[in-house]
Write a protein of this length. Structure first.
Length: 54
């Protein structure tokens, strides 16, 4: 499911229910199986996340 479709279907904001969200990314590529379709985007996102912790 594309992120835009999820936003349309979701009646509530995730930030309302989860107060400790530290990172939220949306992408124009990929789909329901984004990790398989564009693994380089996932890998870059994981690297960026952990680099921010250092």
């Amino acid at each position: 499911m594309q992120a835009s479709a999820l936003r349309r279907r979701s009646p509530r904001s995730p930030a309302r229910d989860h107060k400790n969200i530290v990172r939220w990314n949306t992408y124009d590529v990929g789909g329901h199986y984004a990790a398989h379709q564009v693994p380089e985007v996932l890998a870059r996102d994981i690297r960026d996340f952990f680099a921010g912790l250092a």
